[in-house]
Design a protein. Structure first.
Length: 559
């Protein structure tokens, strides 16, 4: 067999492991496929492997690889996995160095493969002749911000499915190899042996202290200094990221910083950006609404917020004991952003009404997993201190007292929006102040979500007028939670001249909500708050009633 690169079939190989080296983690999965310049030939194989030791597998590794204890049911022992892999590709005598193999980051995989061969190779020579695609990329693309598998595959025009499982990594590795071959040919490297010699003898060029990005700078410099939405696009046309901007030119320029701190995720994204598209909008508020809709439309992988995924809008019973996805007469509280959005408030109300502080209620009220609870005496002391702070108006029911206390604490302290609790960030050093503070936060956030739900329902069928400072007045007609019309006004008060909408009950308004409408109305409310706080003007027409900036100022303090 010739070792000419364009004619040579090679093995694309990937390993997933629980640690950086065999001394720190077990091999979990191996994937492979035969490929060439034409792409993958045949099937992509991937196989879970039974961990060799009882070392615990960290949560981060589980999330990255998709591994769980259930995977062991379909896993094979490492000896069988090695036999399957070593028999996957029979080397012809024409290339005596062993099976030509491409691995994206061989420095990681090779120690695991060599250790596996040492235990199960039966004294034979290591069967794989490996080249590292990362080492090739370092030499061919010295100025790329990042060369990890996702960044390099995306830069070359592939849409890799890299989250979880070796199969996606193998596909990306094979694609990168096929795209590197013509570039290697242009540099005079045409055979496997020449490639090996080049990697041994050449040294990567030092990376410049100033970052260099693949995108032509003219694309971003030609953007308008106006509000709008921008989209970062991969070479194959995939939308990678959607963002909003008060100034498209300035916001996009802020991504492409040649110096200073930058996250790995950001640099990985910018490595793949081949093109920028944009839509100019009359206002920053309208840009924010368009951004939300575009994220739902394109599902860009580098947007974290506002993607729909498995989300929905939820509705609760009046006593908060049950939550459903579709509003009905028995579940009028909503829309809510998640199924457990009011679990903390429900636990607080139940305990205020005399229910026992069970572990489940304590965990819900503190918004922590049960494994991170404080001891019962400390929680009881914190509960008494918390209850004393919300004990005003004893003639009211516990639920009403907590609702009043929630609003008062929100206006006093402005607790930030809660983030989803993570195992690694939960408190373990409880004290009285922390217990009381987390109970208060749970109360504030539950009350805030209920008050906000009413506002979102009102906005879902309304005419919204606003003037951002220094801009023209605009009016948006919202019907069933979507933007149906937009008008330019001489002044915000001209909203009174627009035709009134048919009044709708809160029940009718709630019926239009799903995750998309929830996000759109939440963003609209947030943007109206921003306009008001920045010194702009706002007005709302709900049914036949019009509310001015002055009339809205106090009610909007509650959300």
């Amino acid at each position: 067999m010739s070792d000419h690169l364009f004619e040579l079939p090679v093995l694309a190989l990937d390993c997933q492991a629980a640690g950086a080296t065999p001394a720190h983690g077990d091999l979990l999965e191996i994937g492979w496929a035969v490929c060439s310049q034409a792409g993958i030939s045949g099937e992509v194989h991937s196989q879970w492997i039974v961990p060799r030791t009882r070392r615990p597998i960290r949560r981060a590794v589980r999330e990255l690889t998709g591994w769980s204890e259930s995977c062991i049911e379909e896993a094979v022992d490492e000896g069988r996995a090695w036999t399957q892999l070593s028999e996957a590709f029979t080397m012809s005598p024409g290339v005596p160095a062993g099976t030509p193999t491409v691995i994206h980051f061989a420095r990681f995989e090779l120690p695991f493969l060599r250790e596996l061969h040492g235990r199960h190779g039966r004294g034979t020579a290591f069967p794989f002749d490996v080249v590292c695609l990362h080492d090739i990329a370092v030499r061919l693309f010295p100025d790329l911000p990042r060369r990890n598998l996702r960044a390099l595959a995306g830069y070359l025009g592939h849409a890799p499915t890299l989250s979880r499982r070796s199969a996606g990594h193998v596909e990306a590795t094979a694609f990168i190899w096929s795209q590197l071959l013509p570039i290697l040919g242009q540099t005079g490297i045409e055979t496997w042996s020449a490639l090996k010699l080049w990697l041994e003898q050449s040294r990567p060029s030092p990376r410049s202290k100033r970052r260099s990005f693949p995108l032509d700078p003219k694309q971003r410099r030609n953007l308008p200094d106006k509000p709008g939405v921008y989209r970062f696009i991969r070479k194959n046309g995939d939308v990678l990221y959607v963002g909003k901007a008060a100034s498209l030119k300035k916001r996009v320029a802020s991504h492409f910083k040649t110096r200073g701190p930058a996250t790995e995720r950001s640099l990985e994204l910018l490595t793949q950006v081949h093109e920028i598209s944009h839509t100019q909008t009359p206002s920053a508020l309208e840009a924010a609404l368009l951004e939300s809709d575009d994220i739902k439309r394109f599902d860009p992988p580098y947007n974290v917020q506002l993607r729909t995924a498995e989300r929905n809008a939820w509705f609760a019973r009046r006593d908060l004991t049950e939550v459903v996805m579709k509003v009905d007469a028995d579940h009028p509280i909503g829309p809510l952003p998640s199924k457990r959005a009011l679990a903390g408030l429900a636990a607080l109300i139940a305990m205020a009404e005399g229910a026992d502080a069970s572990p489940a209620r304590m965990a819900a009220a503190l918004v922590v997993p049960s494994a991170f609870l404080p001891d019962e005496p400390l929680f009881s002391e914190g509960w008494r201190a918390f209850s004393a702070g919300v004990a005003a108006s004893p003639e009211l029911s516990p639920a009403r007292r907590l609702a009043r206390a929630s609003l008062a604490l929100w206006r006093e302290r402005r607790y930030s929006e809660p983030e989803a609790p993570t195992e690694d960030s939960e408190p373990t050093d409880w004290d009285l102040a922390r217990v009381q503070r987390r109970l208060e936060r749970s109360l504030v956030q539950g009350g805030l979500l209920i008050r906000r739900a009413r506002w979102l329902c009102l906005l879902s069928e309304a005419i919204v007028a606003f003037r951002e400072r220094g801009q023209c007045a605009r009016a948006l007609v919202i019907a069933q939670g979507s933007l149906s019309e937009a008008h330019e006004l001489t002044q915000v008060d001209d909203i009174r001249r627009l035709s009134a909408q048919r009044p709708k009950s809160l029940g009718e308004r709630r019926a239009c909500f799903d995750a998309n409408v929830y996000d759109r109305m939440r963003i609209l409310l947030t943007e109206l708050q921003r306009v008001r706080m920045d010194g702009g003007e706002i007005a709302l027409r709900i049914g036949g009633h019009t509310y001015t900036t002055a009339e809205l100022s106090e009610p909007m303090r509650s959300v």
